[in-house]
Design a protein around this ligand. Sequence first.
Ligand SMILES: NC(=O)c1ccc[n+]([C@@H]2O[C@H](COP(=O)([O-])OP(=O)(O)OC[C@H]3O[C@@H](n4cnc5c(N)ncnc54)[C@H](OP(=O)(O)O)[C@@H]3O)[C@@H](O)[C@H]2O)c1
Length: 325
Amino acid sequence: MVDVERGALTHRPFGRAGFSVPPVSIGCAPLGDMPEAFAYGVTEEDALATVRAALDSPIPYIDTAALYGDGESERRIGLVLRERGGLPADALLQTKQGRDPRDNDYSGETVKRRMERSLELLGLNRVEIVYLHDPEWTTFEAAMAPGGPVDVLRGFKEQCVIGHLGVAGGPIPVEMQYVETGLFDAVITHNRYTLLNRSADPLLSLAHEQGLAVLNAAPYGSGLLAKGPDAYPRYAYQQASTEMVERVRRLAAICERHGVPLPAVALQFSTRDPRICNTIVGMSKPERLRQTVEYLTTPIPEALWEDLAEVPFDADDPEVNRYRR
Ligand SMILES: NC(=O)c1ccc[n+]([C@@H]2O[C@H](COP(=O)([O-])OP(=O)(O)OC[C@H]3O[C@@H](n4cnc5c(N)ncnc54)[C@H](OP(=O)(O)O)[C@@H]3O)[C@@H](O)[C@H]2O)c1
């Protein structure tokens, strides 16, 4: 493992939950083998090697969801957990529950069935943190109704099958509505607080003020800011616009002038924000762990942040055309 600056890896309080987490966690959406989202597949061999490297890294915090490959990400993680005799004591795992992707049913019964499947696939009888996943696929009223998905997840929490309950989704007004209920311990936003898009800003402030743990997923906008616009011209699971690609080139030129890799800046843009306790980085190769720790600990001169302020960012929803009801 690389030589690391201690400060950059210091654990941060998970809201008011009474425990702390590493500043970065391992996003396991790509491990679900979802070419429709990422435009490439991931073999089981690479997935298992990535999970093993994650558990052996200084940031053994895994983020997955029942939705990723409809159980495939959890199944692959479960294979490694079984090799290790369960979740190691220093590791943390979180998953998410929501719609059934086969028919988009988001009922309480579906969420219950899928939570039970997650426990089976992961080989666990408890998951420390579980999120209501992408609630934009149902209505607030249906999600909050007696016997509905939130009720079911709260039931699992009462039985201590779930330690803490969060909400993880896309549209910021929807996320804010759930945060305001006071029922959630944590919130995940994604692709909406990056060098290219800051539309999550009001959510980060609201959730932080209310004492929730605030997690920022997809600091690379699903890959563009890590792989660069030539190798991967996609943002938030869609083709990036020519204008956005041009902006990334401007950002990259500023980073180059200061001798810092663009992904280090994209990652630390999130980790340096005091409202955010954890940044979720998606990956599907074991070498990403070493690279992520390097990016997390790369010194970045203050002047670089000042220069970046010249480059505009979006404040609207990056996925506006992707939602379905
Ligand atoms: N609704 C929700 O709750 C929600 C939504 C979106 C995301 N998430 C979570 O957040 C995680 C992160 O989001 P994301 O995966 O969509 O996007 P991301 O973290 O912005 O980017 C992930 C991509 O960046 C690449 N990458 C990572 N480190 C790299 C490095 N050092 N060098 C080159 N490329 C690198 C990965 O490539 P390789 O595959 O080649 O490693 C992967 O394709 C997800 O995996 C998921 O766990 C949650």
